[in-house]
Design a protein around this ligand. Structure first.
Ligand code: SAH
Length: 376
């Protein structure tokens, strides 16, 4: 019965990569794998071994799970598979950023961006920016992805499968002497295509798998969920899981925010700011505030002062993102001089503020550019 429900669930989310008689184990939480193995009369500790093999060790073939008997390996092989989304295209930018395009069986495409960065000598941060939907319904005026019309939610397997597929690709293509440090994904951010909190259940399951110590074992400080402001879901997320949280604020008045982010008409600034104030943060943690800077729209020094007032008494770090241009917007970034003046006002008010330099621009891999290579 349980199997049957899970199969229905898989059909419901439109994952056609698995045949009904071979169900994908990738994307299932521990209790779901336990139920499946119990239905095969296997004890609970076997489920733990299978779970760890898939998530902790990144195995994609039952034959390689040597902690279980050969008989069980072949039984699992008969009923299940561990199926990552298929990489359709890889592009490498001049600054080392790699953009991956995945195409699902239904023809829908989604992208991930791998951003290696030397933080200080000998310390690297390799961030993978992953997608939660194949396009986006929010129609933010500065974002290319928002102009893609055909979209759907990604399944849990498609979301976390991006991390596995990219990790395997990096390991296979590594040419450096220190393969582990230079190819291991260290941070995951939900800042690719889509609005994570409109695919709440699957994103939450993916986050749980990412930060589970027996699972993918990322520190919860290294997994960031970013939202345009789906207010009720911000409360839900804060209650459900502890993770790094980012809000794409992008304006300081309802008038401007509603123009550039129509979602603001549904949940205006006062409701959004109330949700940020209520967000449960452990000591010394901060919310990330993303602020896309648009020349002549939200970049005045009056905006900077309003931003300080809006965020007063909320522990935040602010990322200023000068607009990344793309063919479907008439908006433009401010001059660097204006960005620096804006930053100075915030810093003078003791707000932790950095200007985020765009990475991967030459292959349209920067924030707000994803989907430009959509095969459709
Ligand atoms: N929907 C989610 C995640 C995807 S967008 C969100 O809104 O947070 C990820 C980040 O890219 C957001 O902070 C968004 O404001 C920013 N962004 C979108 N388009 C951009 C562009 N053209 N230039 C710079 N940043 C952009």
């Amino acid at each position: 019965m349980f199997c049957y429900i899970l199969r229905l669930r898989y059909f419901a989310v439109g994952v056609f990569t698995t045949l009904p008689h071979q169900q994908n184990l990738l994307g299932l939480l521990k209790y779901e794998i336990e139920s499946l193995l119990l239905s095969l009369n296997e004890p609970l500790f076997r489920a733990q071994q299978v779970y760890e093999a898939i998530y902790r060790h990144g195995l994609s073939n039952f034959a390689n799970i040597t902690t279980i008997s050969k008989k069980l390996r072949s039984t699992l092989d008969e009923h299940f598979l561990i199926d990552y989304p298929k990489i359709d295209q890889v592009q490498q930018a001049s600054d080392g950023v790699r953009k991956y395009r995945f195409v699902a069986m239904d023809g829908q495409a989604f992208e991930s961006v791998y951003i290696p960065e030397v933080v200080k000598v000998g310390r690297v941060t390799n961030t993978l920016c992953i997608s939660s939907q194949t396009g986006c319904s929010l129609e933010c005026k500065f974002c290319f992805t928002a102009s893609l019309k055909h979209y759907r939610n990604l399944s849990v397997a498609e979301i976390i499968g991006q991390v596995f597929a990219v990790s395997h690709d990096l390991a296979a293509n590594c040419t450096t002497k220190k393969p582990i440090e230079n190819t291991r994904v260290t941070n995951v951010v939900f800042m690719g295509m889509g609005e994570p909190l409109l695919n709440y259940d699957n994103v939450l399951a993916a986050v749980k798998l990412l930060i589970d110590a027996d699972g993918m074992n990322f520190s919860n400080r290294r997994v960031t969920v970013s939202t345009a402001g789906i207010v009720p879901r911000i409360y839900d997320l804060g209650r459900a899981v502890q993770t790094q949280f980012a809000i794409s604020l992008n304006a300081t008045t309802d008038e401007v925010r509603s123009q550039i982010m129509p979602i603001n008409k549904k949940w205006p600034l006062n409701e959004l700011i109330a949700a940020l104030r209520a967000y449960p943060l452990s000591p010394r943690r901060r919310l990330t505030v993303e602020y896309v800077m648009l020349g002549g729209v939200n970049d005045s020094l009056a905006d900077a002062h309003r931003l300080i007032n809006l965020l007063s008494f909320i522990p935040v770090k602010i990322n200023l993102l000068p607009l990344n241009a793309h063919p479907r917007t008439s908006l433009h970034p401010p001059s660097m001089e204006q960005v620096l003046k804006f930053q100075k006002v915030l810093r003078d008010a003791s707000m932790n503020t950095i200007i985020r330099s765009a990475r991967g621009q030459d292959i349209a891999a920067a924030c707000g550019q994803l989907g430009e290579n959509d095969p459709k």
